[in-house]
Design a protein around this ligand. Structure first.
Ligand code: SF4
Length: 349
């Protein structure tokens, strides 16, 4: 990443608002009625008043800068439903990034996602609202770790979750997402694979496929906090509820759930099955975004927020578009090798 500027949410009102400022806010609220209608089930009107001016500014900046905003499913509703042009899980974002025509992409998510967009769009400008945002999975493994696993298990293919840096992807055979990992592992047809960095995703795919899987001890700090006791408590309080868990959860939590799947799979499940009540064992904003889209279902949200995803804000997206940074820049030989692993994933999925 070239720039290291951090754009954290700042308090909007530090002084008594003038009449002109209040009028500006009122005009912005009026101009964003359509966007607000999409989130009214999850965002109070008073809170939207703090977002409206940024939403208006971002809409205009996207037009003048020939830019689109891609947002991960874990982005907050005012971003996901308010300013994003394309939304999805990691796999969907990677696919969409290939088809974007605009010259600039703002990736509302964490830096590894912006790196993936850049890998697939080397000629485009890719901006990330906060280049300092981390991820316990992407930060939990280095290229040297992967090379050590390769040395210990010669000839065993390395399947790397997209939640990893470009440098780690570059020393991998193929990437995967939580939505396609099973398909990719089955396609490889190997008796043994190395699957990194997420230990739980790797153990869950071993369970699902019967393939021997060598793991690495990194975990998603959001999903590892869910326990079987959480699932049991939800079932005791809400008899008949459907429990849907993300495969970054511990294998025992996945086994205790009714359905396991990526964020896209979760959304599909709620859309198509329309359960009366559902517990979403995943990141909090994902559950909010599903609730905004499907308000007729009753939701139980055991709320674990990702602190890294929260560092993407409307203010950060606006600043990225205004300043043209932080921009993702990758070293070309690393990018070429990482691109091969991502493109192989896209071919196989
Ligand atoms: S929820 Fe946060 S910590 Fe977990 S994988 Fe996603 S970005 Fe990383």
């Amino acid at each position: 990443m070239t720039a290291t500027t951090t754009h954290l949410a700042t308090p909007r009102v530090r002084h008594r608002a003038t009449e002109a400022e209040l009028l500006d806010v009122a005009a912005a609220i009026e101009a964003t009625r359509e966007e607000y209608d999409r989130v009214r089930h999850v965002v109070p009107e008073a809170e939207w008043a703090t977002f409206a001016q940024d939403v208006v500014a971002i809409k205009e900046l996207k037009r003048t800068r020939d830019a689109v905003v891609l947002a991960h499913n874990y982005q907050t509703p005012e971003i996901f439903h308010g300013v994003a042009d394309l939304v999805g899980d990691s796999l969907a974002l990677a696919r969409m990034a290939q088809e974007v025509e605009a010259s600039t992409i703002v990736l509302a998510g964490v830096p590894f996602m912006a790196e993936t967009a850049k890998l697939l769009n080397p000629g485009k400008t890719v901006l990330v609202p906060d280049a300092g945002a981390g991820c316990s999975l992407a930060d939990g493994i280095t290229p040297e770790d992967v090379l050590a696993l390769r040395a210990a298990h010669p000839g065993v293919p390395v399947v790397t979750y997209v939640n990893s840096s470009a440098a780690v992807k570059a020393v991998s055979d193929v990437c995967c997402t939580s939505g396609n990992v099973e398909r990719i592992v089955r396609h490889l047809g190997a008796e043994k694979i190395i699957c990194v960095p997420d230990e739980y995703l790797a153990r869950n795919v071993a369970e699902a496929t019967g393939v021997e899987v060598i793991t690495h001890p990194a975990r998603c700090e959001v999903h590892e906090r869910f326990s079987v006791a959480d699932v049991e408590q939800i079932r005791a309080e809400r008899p008949g509820i459907t429990v849907v868990a993300h495969p970054e959860c511990h294998p025992d939590v996945v086994a205790a759930a009714d359905v396991a799947g990526s964020t896209a799979h979760m959304l599909d499940y709620v859309r198509t099955q329309r359960p009366a009540q559902v517990a979403l064992i995943t990141e909090c904003s994902m559950a909010d975004n599903i609730r905004a889209a499907q308000p007729e279902t009753e939701y139980v949200q055991p709320c674990n927020l990702c602190p890294h995803m929260r560092r993407s804000t409307l203010a950060g997206i606006r600043a990225a578009l205004e300043t043209g940074g932080p921009e993702v820049v990758l070293e070309e030989s690393t990018a070429a090798a990482a691109r091969r692993a991502v493109e192989r994933m896209l071919e196989l999925s």
